[in-house]
Design a protein around this ligand. Sequence first.
Ligand code: GDP
Ligand code: PGA
Ligand code: MN
Ligand code: MN
Length: 610
Amino acid sequence: MVDVEKVLDEAGLTNPHVRDYVAYWAGVTGAERVEVVSATDDERLLKESLEAGELLPVTGGRYYSRSYSKDTARSEERTVVATSNPEDKGVYNNWKPAEETVKTLTERMTGASKGKTMYVIPYLMAPVGSPLETYAAGVELTDSRPVVQQMIRMARVGIDYINNLADPSSFVRAVHVTGDLPNLGQGTDKDQRLFATVADQRTILHFGSSYGGNALLGKIAHGLRQACYDGRASGKFLAEQFLLLNIKDKETGEDFHVVGGFPSASGKTNLSMTFTPDALGDRYEVSFYGDDIAWIWVGEDGKLYAFNPENGVFGVAKDTNEGSNPGAIKGIEEGSGAIFTNVAYNEKTQEVWWEGKTKHHPDDLDGWIDWKGEKIANRIADELGDPWAHPNSRFTIPISRVPNAAADYNEPAGVPVDAIIFGGRTRDREPLIRAIGDVAEGVYDGLTLGAEATFAAEGVEGQLRYDPMSMRPFLAYEEGDYARHWLKIIGEATDKPAFAHVNWFQRDPEDGHFLWPGFRENVRALLWLKAFQKGEVKGRETAVGVIPTQEELDLRGLDLPQEDLDRILNIDVERWKQEMGFREEHLNQFNLPEEIWEAHKRVAAAIDEA
Ligand code: GDP
Ligand code: PGA
Ligand code: MN
Ligand code: MN
C-alpha cells in the first residue's frame, strides 16, 4: 500500500479534507503510487509521457496523443446527474439516485487503478479572487498522465488553490478512473462506462474513458454540470456552455461583450478566437475571454457579469487553417506546447494533419498514421476516402497562447455582459441574425435552440435536435426550474442584455453550399447587433425578431450572390409555422414557468399573422 500521508506531507498538501479524500480514493482504486501535481510539473510529466510512448513528439515542442478508438467523444448516454432529490430529474439530465450511483461507481473503481499512479490535481475554475471562487475549487484524481497535462492547460492547477480555502471542506471531489478501455463494451448493452456528477455531494465520479470531454473533470463536469447545480442551489449564478468575447471599437473606445451558447462543434471556439475581416479596416478588435464556458452573475452594481472559469482552449482541429481561424493556427504554432488528440501523425517527420488543415492531404503518404494509429500507406481501396483525423480531433492550449486573448481575461471581477446570443448548425429557417427585444422571449429562444447533432458527442451527425441554451448535455436539474432560474438571474439585472439568435450554417437547398461565408465574417453580424442595441440601426421587424436590412449590414469586401443574401436576411414563414408545432411538443416535456409559454404564444401568434 502506498503511504499517502507521507506523499501529501512531502507535497505540502495541508488541507485535512483533501487529505482524507485522497487517502480514501487511493484505497478504493488500489493505485500503486500517489503524486500531487501542479502546473510547474508540466515539463517533467511531458518528458515521462514521451518516454512511456503515451505521447509522441510533434515538431517544435508539441505533442500528439491518441485516445482509444471507441473513446473519442463525450458519451451523453453514459453521463448522469445524481442527487438525493428526485425533483431534480429532468428530461435531459439522466437523473439517478445519488446513493446507488456512488455505490455502482465505487464498485467499478475498486482496484481499477492497480499498478498505476493516481495523480492529485488541485485546481480552480475561476480567476483568483472572483466573487464565485467558493464554487470553483476542486481536486481531480486521475490515473492518466495525459489527463494531467491537458488539465494543466485547461485549468489553473496548483496546491495553493486548495490549501487556503475559506471553507476547507468546500471543494469538488472529482475522481477519474480510466478503466480497461478495450474491455468496457462501449456502445453495447453491457457498456461499463459511467460518468456521474453527484451534484448534491459535489462529487464527480467518471469511469471508463480517457478522452478529454469525459476525463477533464474540472472543465466538463465541474465547470458546467456541477456549477449549473451550484448556481441554482445558491441562487447566485448561471453556468453555461457559452463563449465570451469582446468587440472593441477603437475609435470610440466602446466595448461590446458577448456571451454565446452554441452546441458542441458549432463554432464557439472559432468565433471567440476570430479576427475581424480585413475589409473592415482596423477599427474593431475582437478579444478572446472564453470558448466554452461562462459563469454569469449579477454584480453589486446591478449589471450582469461573466467570466470564463477555464484557463485554456480545447478546440476542434477539423477545418482549422489560416483562413478559417488564424488565431488558432498562431496559438498552436511551434513552441506553444500544444497537445493534439486524434489527428493524423507522421512518425518520420513528426508533423500533424487533419481534414481542412490544407486543401488536400499530404501527397507523400510515407510515415503517416491515421487517428486509429493505422498506416495510411497500407489502406486498402475501400478505406482511401476515410478521414485521416477523427472529426472530433482536438488541440489543447492555454489561453496565454491565444493571440487575441483579452488583457483582462484573468480579472476576477469579470466583464459586463452586453449581449447573449444563441446559435447552432441549422441548415434552413434560421436567418443570419435576429435580435430579440424581450427578456422572456430571449430566454424562450435559448430554450428552443435547435441544431444539428455533431461529432463532439456520440450520435448521429446532421440530425436536428433541441438543445436548450446549448446545455442539453450539461443540465443538472429539471428544465422548468432551469428556465425559472434564468428568468430570476436576468430579472435581477438592472441593465438587461440584448438577446439574439445567429446562424452561420444555412445552406442552399439545391447544392448544399453554405449561404454565408462564416468564420471572420461573422463579426459583421455582431457589429450589426451592437449598432441595433445602441439604436443606430432599426432593422426590419419580423415575427421572430428584428433582422438587419441589407444596407445596415456592413458587407464591404464581400461578394455574395443576391439570392443567398435574400435567404439569410429573410424568414421562411412556412417552415417557421411547422417549427412552432415542434417547439410546442418540445416545451411540453418540461414544467415551464408561465412567462415562457406566454413568449411562445406571442411568437406563434405573430407567425400566424405573417
Ligand atoms: P465549438 O465546438 O462550438 O467550439 O465549435 P468550433 O469553433 O470548434 O467549430 C466546430 C467546427 O465548425 C469546426 O470544424 C469549424 O471549422 C466549423 N465552423 C466554425 N465556425 C464556422 C462558420 O462560421 N462557418 C462554417 N461553415 N463552419 C464553421
Ligand atoms: P466544444 O467543447 O463545445 O468546443 O465541443 C468540448 C465539449 O463540449 O465536449
Ligand atoms: Mn463544449
Ligand atoms: Mn470549442
